[in-house]
Design a protein around this ligand. Structure first.
Ligand code: ATP
Length: 609
């Protein structure tokens, strides 16, 4: 695999030297070469079966020629030989069927398993890319890469490779047999070749444009649907259905038009080929018929010739049709390989530290950190923060102050531009990410649940964590009664993103996750926002239990969540502007005091209402 990416990268570098980049067919083959080598035995068997299937197919007209010229036209009445010929014909038909079946299956098997491993590799790679990549690339286009681009590679094997071998070999065999039957007549037929090539080339460039247009419009449509699905609640709440329907209709219509254009071009090309085929047959019948009448050509030879000419056009037509597939596979492979070649911006150092989370006390030091998103303005400025092991720190601040960004840096979704973040004195850039993510746990405002059971979601599909451990964790945070009330208890299947559960229930499951994975440092990003007061109480008491003995950072809009924190930080424009306990900050009479009064006012209004 590494070799395949290497080959591809070298080809890309070589291509840069060319002013006008040509379609990268060679690099496509080089990119796939590693995979093909893995299946070389299957490919050898495929070629062998193809040879036998084609030979069995093409020898059939030759047998009929023998029957006509050596039996029927001689008047020998040799029924026995005729029967033998018919039996051999039958045998050839059966062999052609069996070997064509094997040939198809072998190629399908190799092609499908290559595509499955590319898909697996691509998905695994995407999951390792840094958040900055996902900020830039829309998820819709990534879905296209994993689904339709890999499908284009599948078609490459099952159409292009199949056609190159099957149709290429068929053409060669037909030419050999035709020359063997009558060289002069074959040469006459070959006059048609430049005409066929001319038509194919003329159509080819037009077909390429129509094909690419259809693919581009399809990926726009897919991206649009993906975006809409992920933001369906917003669309409904803002009554955007009509507007989205209009935009969808436009994209759908434009894809429809592109498809129609592509189909028309294909039909025109196929029909032109058929006309050409019939012309060639008329041409051979005219020339060959005269020779038969003049007794310079046997009738059986003419029969075989006409059959071969008919068979000759089919593979040419099929091969030319593969141009589209080859084009799309080339584009798809280049797109996939360009993703595979992307190095995650945040990655482990070659000798990354292995840190056992149980030996971490949980001290945190943010030393003069500065951070800006790629192509963005600075959102954290020379920030210093030192947190004791087991301390609970609440973070509040204006919207866009950089609270979530600070947390993203601690999780190493991004790397700081300046300064450093230390956990127990280890720079987080030196710690293996696998270990870091066991040390630092994150609960977000909208916890992500996967399609799977409650059990799977709590233990994150890690079968090494026992059912009992999951149940204990849920009991600990008080989620057990809620889960037991569900249809199948811990085995209840959750729909995508846990949409069948309330926000509080989802939050409790994510707390149970934390208990199971027991990180030393816990981050809660607005974990109690959007909850009704009863669920908030449940979650709040779960939070208190979860945070015991852990360094905890809580970002909160509701001050009630953090009033009891050991320390509260107020952030503004990427800096810490106030710091202290609840009481200290109230005494300070600054932003926090204002926020508190405001929240008290709101509370009073709610109670009065
Ligand atoms: N992925 C991103 N790419 C570029 N800019 C971003 C990204 N995420 C956040 N920002 C910008 O960084 C700044 C800080 O955002 P951040 O989410 O850290 O603030 P916050 O204090 O958590 O705000 P809120 O309370 O509204 O969630 C904002 O100006 C925001 O627009």
């Amino acid at each position: 695999m590494a070799q395949a990416i290497n080959n591809w990268q070298m080809d890309q570098k070589a291509d840069l030297s060319e002013p006008k980049a040509k379609p990268k067919y060679i690099s496509t083959f080089r990119a796939l070469s590693g995979y093909i080598k893995e299946h070389r035995l299957t490919f050898i068997l495929f070629i062998a079966c193809t040879l036998v299937a084609i030979a069995a197919e093409l020898l059939q007209p030759y047998l009929v020629k023998i029957a006509i010229d050596d039996n029927l036209m001689t008047g020998k009445n040799d029924y026995r030989s005729l029967l033998v010929i018919c039996l051999i014909y039958l045998g050839l038909s059966v062999s052609a069927f069996v070997f064509a079946y094997l040939q198809n299956n072998l190629l399908q098997k190799a092609g499908q398993s290559i595509v499955a491993s590319i898909r697996k590799r691509l998905f695994a790679h995407i999951t390792k890319l840094s958040m900055s990549y996902f900020d830039r690339v829309p998820s819709g286009s990534l879905i296209t890469h994993v689904s339709s681009d890999t499908e284009a590679i599948n078609q490459f094997f099952n159409q292009v490779v199949l056609s190159i071998f099957r149709d290429g070999l068929t053409l060669t065999f037909i030419l050999v047999l035709m020359f063997q039957l009558d060289a002069q007549l074959t040469l006459y037929c070959l006059i048609l070749l430049p005409i066929i090539a001319g038509i194919a080339i003329a159509f080819r460039s037009y077909m390429r444009t129509t094909y690419q247009m259809a693919r581009t419009r399809l990926s726009r449509l897919v991206a649009f649907v993906a975006e809409n699905l992920s933001g369906m609640n917003i669309i409904q709440i803002f009554h955007q259905q009509e507007e989205q329907k209009k935009q969808f209709r436009e994209k759908n219509d434009s894809y429809f038009q592109a498809n129609i254009r592509e189909i028309r071009t294909n039909v025109l090309f196929n029909r032109s080929f058929e006309v050409l085929n019939n012309l060639a047959i008329a041409f051979v019948t005219w020339l060959g018929g005269q020779a038969v009448l003049g007794k310079t050509l046997e009738f059986g030879v003419l029969y075989a010739f006409i059959t071969y000419i008919r068979l000759f056009f089919q593979p040419i037509n099929t091969i030319t049709q593969q141009w589209n597939t080859l084009q799309s596979a080339t584009v798809a492979i280049n797109r996939i390989w360009s993703i595979l070649a992307i190095e995650p911006e945040v990655r482990d150092k070659p000798l990354a530290l292995t840190v056992d989370k149980d030996r971490i006390a949980g001290r945190l030091d943010f030393n003069g950190i500065t951070f800006a998103y790629p192509e963005g303005t600075t959102v954290i400025r020379e920030l210093d923060l030192h947190v004791r092991p087991g301390e609970m720190v609440g973070i509040v601040g204006t919207t866009g102050a950089g609270k979530s960004s600070l947390i993203s840096l601690l999780c190493r979704f991004y790397d700081v531009k300046e300064g450093s973040i230390l956990i127990d004195g280890y720079d987080i850039r030196d710690i293996a990410q696998h270990d870091l993510h066991r040390i630092v746990g994150l609960v977000q405002q909208e916890p992500y649940l996967y399609s799977g059971t409650v059990l799977d979601n709590v233990r994150m599909f890690d079968a090494g964590i026992s059912r009992e451990a999951v149940i204990r964790a849920c009991e600990f945070i008080g989620a057990d009664t809620i889960i037991e009330r569900m249809k199948d208890g811990y085995d209840t299947r959750l729909s995508e993103r846990g949409s069948g559960l309330s926000a509080g229930e989802r939050q409790l499951i994510s707390f149970a996750r934390i208990i199971v994975f027991a990180p030393r440092i816990l981050i809660l990003d607005e974990a109690t926002a959007n909850l009704d007061s009863h669920t908030e109480q449940l979650v709040q008491s779960a939070l208190e239990r979860v945070s015991v003995g852990r360094t905890t950072l809580v970002i909160a809009h509701r001050l009630s969540t953090i009033m009891g924190a050991d320390r509260i930080l107020v952030m503004s424009k990427g800096r810490i502007v106030e710091e202290g306990t609840h009481e200290e900050l109230l005494r300070l009479g600054g932003y926090y005091d204002e926020l508190y009064k405001h929240s008290q006012g709101q509370q009073a209004t709610i109670e009065a209402g």
